[in-house]
Structures are given as structure tokens and as C-alpha cells.
Design a protein around this ligand. Structure first.
Ligand code: MRU
Length: 359
């Protein structure tokens, strides 16, 4: 919802994940768009299940939930010593790490918590528990702040009156709030530009149809739902001015893993002379991986392909291949929009520069 804040207009955002009096809540995204329901996650097992089953999804939201899972494990621990607490936290980390392998943010969130733990060595256990909880709270705020800054940088790339094509959901629902790709759209609208979004439905989990349309309609931003196979035709008709998606992990050379189908859009965009932008926080960048070939790609259950809403749509026994992500080569990406600015090729240099700034 666009609201007047001082002299400006800004979107008032839902929080996808939030702490309420030291209890951790998420929007149950599998229930959208039919119902907007918050559920409490009370244990590390519940956090891991929520990430795996995509009740919470989108790389930055997964990272925030993973950190919260570590905090929950810490505050529920009956440890009396640092070593006992560390054992409980290591066990929690092992469970969370095994949920979804592609999103760099999940590992970033966990690593931030482990760094806070190490920095607290020697302090009383109750104090360490409080510090870990504080770190998780801070991570949530930092994510929203990064999205806002990313939006400001990226909005300059969107012409007034533009039609933007996006894939999957890289909106408020994929982050703590505001969004990455949709954060750029929101910032452009807040700056007074008219923007129309085409949302790919995004088979097999339909994040575009269920989530992107829902959150844009809620904000009054014009959106048109299209099937995944319509992009080329729209581009040929001159109906798309740019493509903006999020990313789950970006390698040191700028290759970017995102929802399966993003690579096809990048190829199509380049074939039609349309800029392909990736919007992602620096917590998505993994400089330890040189190229996209090193990014682990999650494969999900056959049932996501053979069933829609529990109804079988493919013959019993059919062979299925269901990778959740693909990798777009850096050469197809016109710019990577981050909270540190709009990064351009060569990405080895611009990503390293931005990574130094965030420390
Ligand atoms: O499988 P999902 O729904 O978690 O995949 C989400 C995406 O691919 C998003 O584009 C990506 O995480 C970036 S979200 C800001």
C-alpha cells in the first residue's frame, strides 16, 4: 500500500518473517493467495521443515529464517557452558544446512550467527543467548534496509512508462520485506514512475501466479500474469522494456543462479536487445565459487511436476526431472543491482569491489 510519509510516498510493507516478543513468525506462503496467515515456528525442526516445504521461500527470507532457527535453538538450549551451547547450535546448524542447497543467503545467515557465537566466547550463557537473538533481529532489519537501498539504485534503470518482465517471486515475500526485483519496481513507483509488470506464472510452484501478482495487486502496481512460454512473443511485440529477476547465488564471475526458467528469459532478452537485470543483496554473492558451474542446484520432488494442487496431471510412473534453479551466464546480464550500487561487467571486479564495501 502506498502511503504518505512526510513529503514522500512510500509503500508500507508486510513483514514476511518477524520476531514478536521473542517468538518467530512467518507468512505461510503455501496458503497464498487464498489466505494470509502467520504461523509461529517454535523449534529448529519447525524452521527447517518450513524452509524445505517452502512455507518460507526466496533466498533472503530463507537466510533470515535460517538465522532465526539458530537463535531459537540457542534460546531453548539448557546449556550451562559455552561448549554445551556450541554443541546445541552445531546440531541446529546441521539440520538447517540440509534444507535447501542453492540459496547463498541461508549459509550467510547461519555464518553470521556462528560468528556472533564465536565473538561471545567467555560470556555467560544467558548473555550469549541474548546476543544471538539480537543478531537475528538485526539481520531482519538489515535485509529490509538493503532492499530499500537496492531499490533506490535500481529505480534509475527503469524508464517512466516501462513494462518489466519478472520471473518467480523476488518481492517482499521472498525477503523480510520490500523485495529485490520487485523492490526496484516499488522504488521506481515511489519515485513517481509509471511501471507495469508482466509476471511469469513460474511452473512448477507457481510463485509468479500465486505470490508476485498477489503482492503487486495489494500495492496497486499494475501487473499482468502470463504463462512461462509467452515471454518470447511479448518481447517480439515490443511489450517488454527490461527483465528483472532476483538470484539465489551469484558466483565471483557474475554467473547467477535463480529460479528455473531465468536462463531462458536471459537468452530471449539478449536476442531481442532487451536488458536483463539481476537484483540481489550482497548476501547472495558467493565469492568462494568462481563460476556458475560450481553452484549447487537443488532438485525437488517429482510430485511438484506430476501434480497441481494435489491433482495428478501426468501419468503414473512418468520419469521426471525437476531442478529448482538454473544458472544465467554473466555475459547475458546487463547489470547486477545491489545495495552497494548498480554493478556492471566485468563482474569479477565490480562484485569484488562491492564485497569489500560490505566487509
Ligand atoms: O524456490 P524459491 O521460491 O525459493 O525461489 C525463489 C527465487 O528463485 C527468487 O528469485 C530468489 O530466491 C531471489 S528472491 C529475492
Amino acid at each position: 500500500m502506498l502511503a504518505k510519509i512526510g513529503a514522500c510516498e512510500a509503500f508500507i510493507m508486510l513483514r514476511t518473517v518477524e520476531w514478536r516478543e521473542n517468538k518467530f513468525f512467518i507468512i505461510e506462503q503455501n496458503r497464498l493467495p487464498a489466505a494470509l496467515v502467520y504461523i509461529e515456528l517454535r523449534s529448529v525442526e519447525e524452521v527447517a521443515e518450513a524452509i524445505q516445504s517452502m512455507k518460507v521461500r526466496g533466498a533472503p527470507a530463507i537466510g533470515a529464517a535460517a538465522a532465526a532457527g539458530v537463535a531459537i535453538a540457542a534460546i531453548h538450549s539448557s546449556a550451562q557452558t559455552y561448549d554445551e551451547l556450541q554443541r546445541d547450535i552445531d546440531a541446529a546448524v546441521k539440520i538447517i544446512r540440509a534444507t535447501r542447497p542453492t540459496a547463498a543467503n541461508l549459509f550467510h545467515g547461519i555464518n553470521r550467527m556462528l560468528a556472533a557465537l564465536r565473538a561471545s566466547a567467555g560470556a555467560p550463557v544467558s548473555e550469549i543467548q541474548a546476543r544471538l537473538l539480537r543478531t537475528s533481529y538485526d539481520l531482519l532489519e538489515e535485509d529490509v534496509e538493503a532492499n530499500r537501498r537496492m531499490g533506490c539504485h535500481g529505480a534509475a534503470l527503469i524508464p517512466d512508462g516501462a513494462s518489466v518482465l519478472t520471473h518467480c517471486n523476488a518481492g517482499g515475500l521472498a525477503t523480510v520485506g520490500y523485495g529485490t526485483a520487485l523492490g526496484v519496481v516499488r522504488a521506481a513507483v515511489e519515485a513517481g514512475k509509471r511501471v507495469h509488470v508482466y509476471a511469469d506464472e513460474t511452473r512448477p510452484r507457481l510463485q509468479g501466479a500465486r505470490l508476485t501478482t498477489w503482492e503487486l495487486m495489494r500495492d496497486g502496481i499494475p501487473v499482468t500474469l502470463i504463462a512461462d512460454n509467452m515471454a518470447a512473443s511479448l518481447m517480439r511485440q515490443g511489450k517488454i522494456d527490461c527483465v528483472i529477476t532476483g538470484a539465489d547465488r551469484i558466483a565471483a564471475n557474475g554467473d547467477a543462479a535463480n529460479k528455473i526458467g531465468t536462463y531462458s528469459l536471459a537468452v530471449l532478452a539478449n536476442a531481442h536487445g532487451i536488458p536483463m537485470y539481476i537484483a540481489a543483496p550482497m548476501s547472495t554473492v558467493d565469492l568462494s565459487i568462481e563460476t556458475g558451474a560450481g553452484i549447487p542446484i537443488e532438485e525437488r520432488s517429482d510430485k511438484e511436476m506430476t501434480h497441481i494442487e494435489g491433482v495428478r496431471i501426468a501419468p503414473e510412473g512418468v520419469n521426471v526431472y525437476n531442478p529448482a534453479f538454473d544458472v544465467t551466464p554473466a555475459r547475458l546480464i546487463a547489470a547486477i543491482i545491489t545495495e552497494e550500487g548498480v554493478l556492471r561487467p566485468p563482474y569479477e571486479e565490480s562484485l569484488a569491489w562491492a564485497a569489500k564495501r560490505v566487509g
